[in-house]
Design a protein. Structure first.
Ligand code: C2O
Ligand code: CU
Length: 543
């Protein structure tokens, strides 16, 4: 195997060198070999970036270094600020662009596996979106070219490789993607070192400091849970702050863990932005829910706090257990599911395998903030943040009959409308006319779909759609699931533009999504990455 790969690499290197000699203007000749994608001559980028994926060892703990899959970034053209590398962590470089910029991103895959990167939340052409069909092999290159159409916001990017997205993201293939624009810059929000992005993830490290991952059936059904929280790739994360206001951008980059975030001193969470940028005005919540793939931006003012003051951002307990509130028709049935749950939480799958001391819905610290210097600042939270045009149901092409997407888990599979993911498998109800607004309802067992077949179970699913951002129209909860729902409900921030929405057991969430500008294939899926890899993912064809 290794020999074959080496020979391929040599052959590949030779070919590239030869082609470069004959055609020196073909700087991305690799793209001509087999798969991949090459730069186009009629695209004149404002910013050109190279992202190289490598296997490296990094010092996360004392003792043995940790082997990770890491992305290294380099600016080839345009402002140096377009890329911020994080040398000390497995986190991929942060990409920082302006709305309206044309960007070329040259992805080089030096990993011993196929891979492709997807720009989560960005509105880009189908071919530039990182669909798994565009995965490239070791040694190959994929060139992305697109114009940044998105408004200012906190987006991100990650591997999206067929069947192994969870494993690849877990190994390190994920980074932040921050877009700025004039509307945002006109506001006097905290900038520079006072604008801090925090990627929240969970990991399990073994006694050799190596990342531990398994995808046994039970881990796939509930999603992998690490037994340790890491922030920006670091365990026991402490953020030193000055005594003033901060803009904190929170990403849930975990494979499956859902957070219910709150400050431990009772300060409300002041939300100023969600997935697709700033809200119209700030919202205060006692806690906020943050599901995999989602982002929130919060305003936090540390002024008046003495140096040395510590605050903890915690995840509070909620009913998020795999079988919590399951199975209408099997009331009180501690039958088979109850026994399975008991076994999972206790003995057999305890410890490393199911989150250890950090079960889903537990109460634990996520990160700490320590006030470390006094500054004079007069920060004022703007009352009005941005203009958001509300989408209206009556403008949807299918206003009378929203597309219903039934989320289900049964017979050990996770399905959308009873189907599993397959490439090139568009069905009639997955074809969408371009430049239309669509009403789409994610139905997680609302109104009695449960219980048929006996083996159906109910879990929260963070549903994500590629392409343009959407707006949440309404949430409906089946009364049988009310009790569990009340432990999370106050933490939804449904205003503004979203690309991922948490759908709780027994819930139906209807959204309005524009499909403008680009034809082609765009994915929709559960962002619990183990569910996604299990097949809880499909393509829309926009045409
Ligand atoms: Cu963040 Cu299709 O993914
Ligand atoms: Cu799911």
């Amino acid at each position: 195997m290794i020999n074959i790969q080496r020979r391929r690499l040599l052959k590949f290197a030779g070919l590239t060198a030869a082609m470069a000699a004959v055609y020196p203007f073909l700087s991305y000749a690799e793209g001509m070999i087999g798969m991949g994608n090459q730069a186009s001559s009629d695209f004149d980028p404002d910013v050109e970036i190279e992202l190289k994926q490598e296997v490296v060892d990094i010092p996360i703990f004392r003792g043995p270094e940790t082997r990770v899959w890491k992305v290294f970034g380099k600016v080839l053209k345009g402002p140096e600020t377009a890329i911020v590398n994080h040398a000390e962590s497995y986190i991929a470089p942060t990409i920082q662009l302006q709305k309206g910029q044309k960007v070329r991103i040259i992805l080089k895959n030096n990993l011993p596996a196929q891979s492709i990167l997807h720009w989560h939340g960005l509105h880009v052409p189908s071919k530039m979106d990182g669909n798994p069909m565009y995965a490239i092999n070791q040694g190959q290159t994929f060139v992305y070219e697109f114009k940044v159409l998105n408004r200012a916001g906190f987006y991100w990017y990650h591997a999206h490789t067929h069947g192994v997205t969870a494993k690849q993201v877990y190994s390190g293939l994920a980074g932040l993607f921050i877009v700025s624009d004039q509307e945002e810059q006109a506001l006097d929000l905290p900038k520079g070192e006072y604008d801090v992005a925090l990627a929240i993830q969970d990991r399990t490290f073994d006694d050799q400091n190596q990342l531990y991952y398994n995808n046994h059936m039970m881990q796939r059904m509930q999603g992998f849970l690490g037994n340790q929280i890491v922030v920006n790739g670091q365990p026991d994360y402490v953020l030193p702050v000055a005594s003033r206001a901060y803009r904190l951008r929170l990403l849930n980059g975990s494979n499956s863990r859902i957070y219910k975030l709150a400050w431990d001193d009772g300060t409300p969470m002041t939300v100023i932005g969600v997935d697709g940028g700033l809200l119209e005005r700030p919202e205060r919540h006692a806690y906020i829910m943050l599901a995999p793939g989602e982002r929130r931006e919060i305003w936090m003012d540390f002024s008046g706090k003495a140096v040395g003051t510590e605050l903890t951002l915690r995840s509070l307990s909620f009913d998020g257990s795999m079988f919590g509130g399951m199975m209408g028709g099997m009331h009180g049935g501690m039958g088979m599911m109850g026994r399975m749950r008991g076994r999972m939480m206790g003995g057999m799958h305890g410890g490393m395998m199911s989150g250890g001391d950090l079960p889903l819905g537990g109460d634990y610290a996520v990160l700490k903030v320590r006030v470390s210097k006094q500054v004079q600042a007069q920060d004022k939270l703007p009352e009005h943040l941005s203009a958001i045009k509300p989408l209206r149901l009556q403008d949807a092409a299918n206003a009378d009959s929203p597309r219903n997407i039934l989320l289900s888990m049964r017979h050990m599979s996770a399905l959308l409308n009873g189907r599993s993911y397959a490439m090139d498998d568009i069905r009639d109800d997955e074809i969408i006319p371009v430049n239309t607004l669509q009403a789409i309802a994610f139905d997680n067992g609302f109104g009695g779909g449960m219980g048929m077949g006996g083996m159906m179970m109910s879990m929260p699913h963070p549903m994500h759609m590629h392409g343009e951002q959407f707006q949440v129209l309404k949430r409906e909860i089946d009364p049988r699931f009310r009790a569990g729902y009340e432990t999370v409900e106050a933490g939804f921030v449904d205003g503004g533009w979203k690309d991922t929405v948490l759908v709780m057991p027994g819930e139906k969430v209807t959204v309005l999504k524009p499909f403008n500008d680009y034809k082609g294939v765009f994915m929709y899926h559960c962002h619990n990455l183990e569910h996604e890899d299990m097949g809880m993912m499909r393509d829309f064809l926009v045409k």
